[in-house]
Structures are given as C-alpha cells and as structure tokens.
Design a protein around this ligand. Structure first.
Ligand code: SF4
Length: 100
C-alpha cells in the first residue's frame, strides 16, 4: 500500500468512526411525537397518575399543562411523565400544572 493510499484509508476510517456513533445516537432518539403510541389509560403509570384520555375538568387538559410539549393543535404530544408514549391533548392527570 502506498503512503497516499494508506493516508486516504486512515482518513476514511476516521470519518467512519465519527459517523457510526452519530447514526447510532440518531437511531436511539425517540421517534417524533406523532409517531409515538398514545399512553394506555390502563397502564400502571396512567392509573397511578389518574390519567384519563378525556378530561371532565373544565379548562384543565394536557394541551394547557406546563408539562405538555405537543405542537399547537395536535391531537397528542409528549409529556415527561410518560416517556416513550404521547398523551392526548384532551387528557388530564393528577400532576396537571396550568401554564403560566
Ligand atoms: S402532567 Fe398530566 S396533565 Fe400534564 S401533560 Fe402530562 S399527562 Fe397531561
């Protein structure tokens, strides 16, 4: 192997080593909120927080809770209390905190 080919090979290996961890990181990121399944109201976490998909409390729902980070007008979005799933914008749980 000539010096030039060796240098090119070594430099490509460096790029490959940098690209693999970035792609592994991206693959490990949670999917977009709209692709996440909605929380199961029968799950242990949902029951512990008294989560309901449709709130019966006027003016209190996930869409206007401080912890909700769904897009404006979306049917569902992320909540840090339910990692890996989304909560319904119309839902409510006992950890509700009104937005300021
Ligand atoms: S804390 Fe409860 S009310 Fe607030 S967004 Fe999360 S699930 Fe909805």
């Amino acid at each position: 192997m000539t010096d030039i080919k060796r240098r090119k090979f070594v430099s490509l290996m460096g790029v490959g080593a940098a690209v693999v961890p970035v792609s592994a990181l991206v693959a490990s990121l949670p999917s977009r909120a709209q692709d996440m399944p909605v929380v199961d109201p029968e799950s242990a976490q949902a029951k512990a927080l008294q989560y309901v998909s449709e709130t019966e409390i006027p003016d209190q729902n996930c869409a206007n809770c401080t912890l909700y980070s769904g897009a404006e007008g979306a049917d569902a979005g992320p909540c840090p209390l339910f990692p890996g799933v989304s909560v319904m914008a119309s839902a409510w749980c006992s950890a509700y905190v009104p937005r300021a």
